[in-house]
Design a protein around this ligand. Structure first.
Ligand SMILES: *[C@@H]1O[C@H](CO)[C@@H](O)[C@H](O)[C@H]1NC(C)=O
Ligand SMILES: *[C@@H]1O[C@H](CO)[C@@H](O)[C@H](O)[C@H]1NC(C)=O
Ligand SMILES: *[C@@H]1O[C@H](CO)[C@@H](O)[C@H](O)[C@H]1NC(C)=O
Ligand SMILES: *[C@@H]1O[C@H](CO)[C@@H](O)[C@H](O)[C@H]1NC(C)=O
Length: 303
């Protein structure tokens, strides 16, 4: 489904997003919606050592992440050419048992939807985790990969861009500042709808790395989701979601009361997104209820 072939990844996460190809998909959102992002570093054979190593990881990494206080874990299993690097992160507002269950499912989903692919990332709509495994040592860098941009197809008319920017910028700053690199927030200003936002970086990132990971997300959101009721940007190193309803557990960690002074200009080096027809729906014919109807702008990253 890619339009362009990708080139080597530079060291800076923002640069990586600039030069890599993008793809827009329209997909219906079904019950347990998942968004797989399959890599391009080849396939493994059935019954191979790689497959056995993946099985080993899938039996250890969910527990390892679930038992860490940050619900985060990385691991490396096997030797070249069958070495596998993996990263697992659960949402900061979930608990250990939900985290472990989600990651067990994510290993299955990754192998099912990216069949025999050595490199896959798995994201979910409502399940509270993400997973990536790869034969490439992506753990050695903080580069954010497998980025998906997903916007609601429902509109939020006349919502001031300054408010959306304030929400993104303040939430990002607070996530960057937090030791877990996780924040939930709420912005309500007079007559405008209340917005809720969640941002999270992998907790092994420094504050600077986390900020660098989230900075282009603000730009993506302002560019592709302005006037939309909700949206998210998903990646292997950081994630963002905003909605007009509370979608996270507990009270917002941050209540935003100070508006930013201005919306910074759009970055002209933003990648171009190409529209693509909707794929055949595998879902029931019933239209999904709002606010679940969404369109996906999917950015595919090569290795
Ligand atoms: C963990 O979270 C899940 C989903 O929110 C919930 O059903 C479960 O009761 C929670 N378990 C504990 C031990 O808090
Ligand atoms: C917030 O916005 C300002 C002004 O554009 C920018 O310098 C800063 O990096 C942003 N902070 C985050 C965490 O994105
Ligand atoms: C983040 O930390 C910086 C520096 O300590 C501080 O100036 C800023 O107010 C903090 N921002 C938030 C949203 O907590
Ligand atoms: C726009 O993107 C370029 C390329 O990554 C970056 O060097 C520059 O600082 C960005 N400008 C703004 C205003 O964010």
């Amino acid at each position: 489904m890619r339009f362009l072939s990708s080139v080597g990844l530079p060291c800076h996460p923002w640069m990586a997003t600039v030069i890599l190809p993008l793809l827009l998909l329209l997909v219906p959102l079904t019950a347990a919606q998942m968004w797989p992002s399959c890599g391009e570093s080849g396939d493994y054979e059935s019954k191979s050592t790689y497959e056995a190593n993946l099985r080993l990881l899938s039996s250890t990494l969910p527990k390892k992440a679930a038992s860490s206080t940050t619900l985060f874990a990385t691991d490396t299993v096997g030797n070249v050419p069958n070495v596998i690097f993996a990263l697992a992160l659960c949402r900061g507002d979930t608990n250990s048992s939900a985290c472990e269950g989600c990651l067990v499912t994510a290993f299955q989903d990754g192998q099912e939807h990216c069949t025999n692919n050595k490199d896959a990332a798995v994201y979910y709509d409502s399940n509270p985790c993400m997973l990536r495994f790869s034969n490439q040592n992506f753990l050695a860098t903080t580069v954010n990969e497998h980025i998906l941009v997903i916007g609601s197809i429902e509109s939020l008319m006349n919502f001031p861009k300054l408010l959306l920017f304030t929400l993104l910028n303040s939430t990002a700053q607070s996530a960057v500042n937090s030791s877990r690199r996780f924040t939930t927030s709420r912005l309500d200003v007079s007559s405008f709808p209340t917005l809720y936002c969640l941002m999270q970086c992998t907790p092994d990132l420094t504050a600077d790395d986390c900020a660098a990971c989230l900075r282009p997300y603000n730009q993506y959101t302002l560019k592709y989701m302005d006037g939309k009721k909700g949206g998210r940007v998903l990646g292997t190193r950081c994630t963002m979601r905003y909605e007009t309803f509370p979608f996270f557990q507990g009270d917002p960690m941050l209540r935003i009361i100070n508006l930013a002074t201005e919306v910074p200009p759009n970055n002209n080096t933003m990648p171009i997104i190409t529209a693509n027809p909707a794929p055949q729906s595998q879902s029931p014919v019933e239209a999904p209820p709002p606010p679940e109807a969404q369109a996906t702008i999917q950015e595919l990253h090569g290795m």
